[in-house]
Design a protein around this ligand. Structure first.
Ligand SMILES: [Cu+2]
Length: 306
């Protein structure tokens, strides 16, 4: 039972902690209040006045507690963790989000090595899944959950280390706008504009033909994760419309609304399912100045760098 007063104090605490990076002036408003994002109240609707998801291992009293933080690269490893509640005990009650009680997203700190997994609860609030971290390096593990009793969806993040020599992959440049994955050509249209809701449309083709029978995956025709370069601030966004709503078609276009909390480079990971298999198409997108996605008129004075 959060009273408005307690919430206000909590929000003020966040404002103090994060004021240095996001600009005190912007934080004068009610940080904890729902931002007017213009679409459906999903947790990804943060604007510049809210802390993006995934940057904290603990939020609103809920903490991601991994049982191990080290892996041997390339080795199938039993990974277990709990989400501990304000009472310090593992949470056992979760509201399903997009058909799952918990989503585990993994990305290497250089934004390579994306995995989207659904661990199994093995009892007592302990989650387990066998994972391979293919290369040495530092990885960010994100859990998307809504504990019963929490007022909103939480994306908690923890660093996990795979031993050995780190060889980081440079982030691919923000082009091209078409990617081929497993024989599917996926094209991205739209601009990621910092601080507001941006429409992004991804179109799926195979053998030159539009794919019009995408399959439902996690209650949608596509799942989009966006991570900011540098700190892996996490945006989990969803399509405009859903299967069975009478207007959303199963491809070739999947439309999302995403909010980038700042200018910068983001890596987008689109999961889509066709013929029984989930594929992931990845894009680098620049939000704001310098190099934006190709579709729009080039900025005056310069185009993207080479
Ligand atoms: Cu998921």
């Amino acid at each position: 039972m959060n009273t408005p007063t307690k919430l206000g104090i909590y929000a003020l605490g966040l404002a103090v902690v994060f004021g240095g990076t996001t600009g005190i002036g912007k934080l004068a408003g009610p940080v904890g209040a729902k931002a007017d994002t213009g679409h459906g109240g999903h947790g990804g609707g943060e604007t510049g006045t809210r802390v993006p998801g995934g940057l904290q291992i603990s939020q609103n009293g809920y903490t991601l507690v991994p049982r191990r933080t080290t892996f041997n690269p390339g080795e199938l490893t039993d990974f277990r963790f709990t989400i501990n509640g304000p009472d310090g005990r593992p949470v056992t009650g979760f509201k399903p989000l997009h058909g799952k009680r918990l989503h585990l997203i993994i990305a290497r700190r250089d934004l390579s090595g994306f995995q989207h997994l659904h661990p199994t609860e093995v009892g007592g609030g302990v989650w387990a899944i066998a994972i391979v971290l293919p290369k040495a390096g530092t990885y960010r593990f994100f859990t998307d959950v809504q504990p019963e009793g929490a007022k909103e969806q939480l994306t908690l993040g923890a660093d996990i280390f795979a031993g050995g020599q780190d060889e980081y992959t440079p982030l691919p440049k923000p082009e091209p706008v078409s990617k081929v994955v497993d024989g599917y050509e996926v094209t991205l249209a739209g601009n990621l504009v910092p601080g507001r809701s941006s429409k992004l449309t991804l179109s799926v083709r195979k053998n030159g033909e539009p794919v019009t029978d995408l399959e439902e995956y996690l209650e949608a025709y596509g799942h989009l994760v966006a991570l900011r370069q540098g700190d892996l601030a996490y945006l989990h966004v969803h399509p405009d419309g859903e299967p069975g709503d009478g207007k959303t078609r199963p491809g070739p276009d999947i439309t999302f609304y995403a909010e980038a909390p700042s200018a910068g480079a983001y890596r987008l990971y689109l999961d889509f399912q066709h013929e029984g298999k989930v594929r992931t198409a990845e894009f680098t997108v620049q939000a704001g100045t310098s190099g934006a996605p190709a579709r729009q008129a080039p900025e005056e004075g310069h185009s993207h760098t080479h």
